[in-house]
Design a protein around this ligand. Sequence first.
Ligand SMILES: Nc1ncnc2c1ncn2[C@@H]1O[C@H](COP(=O)(O)OP(=O)(O)OP(=O)(O)O)[C@@H](O)[C@H]1O
Length: 228
Amino acid sequence: MNDVTMQLTGLTKTYLKGTPGEVQVLRGVDLTLHAGEAVALVAPSGAGKSTLLHIAGLLDTPDEGSVEIAGQNVTGKGDRTRTALRRQDVGFVYQFHHLLPEFTAVENITLPQLANGVSEKAAQERAMALLDHVGVAPRADHRPAALSGGEQQRVAFCRALANNPRVLLADEPTGNLDPETADQVFDALMALVRDEGLSALIATHNMDLAARMDRKLQLDGGALRPVE
Ligand SMILES: Nc1ncnc2c1ncn2[C@@H]1O[C@H](COP(=O)(O)OP(=O)(O)OP(=O)(O)O)[C@@H](O)[C@H]1O
């Protein structure tokens, strides 16, 4: 079985090309992600971590190189195809939860499924199963403001996974939490990644968390290399 979920090949990206402010951020990024693995992305500030996550998540396009998700090459595809693929196959988690404040925890997880054509009943069941997995099911009917920071972030993980993506992209997903909560929330995230069999590329400055992932990669000089 081919368990490659994402393949990035020869990605380059330069901002402000041909101007005095030109920045060559990516100079040939190659990355293969496999189902069930979590990969830490470690990068000094300004190294191009957001640029890479945006290109991998189909929010931006590279100058050169290709992005393949679940065996489908996205290079050169139009906006509609890219948006559809992003909705179906990619989940995002950021440092701040970005949950919709006027909706409850469970509604925040059902909404992206309903937008994808899932029935209300199935969406509700999936949302509750995910909340149960991360220990927030008893708080399902609370709005984000009535949840703790750790609970909010757990709900954000569930929302990211609601549509069964192949790849989860996370940018400092526990960066806003105190160390103890960050540890617990990270455990919940890793359990979801393992049990759901998706790949995760997780940018973090926290080397303790990075050490708990399957691989650590450093983005430096526009390319990825293993950290050891
Ligand atoms: N739209 C843009 N136009 C011009 N330069 C940009 C643009 N976006 C990013 N850059 C530059 O590209 C470089 C990489 O930016 P990026 O946001 O990817 O870094 P980062 O590693 O995510 O940084 P941080 O950890 O501080 O968020 C930086 O020097 C940034 O100033």
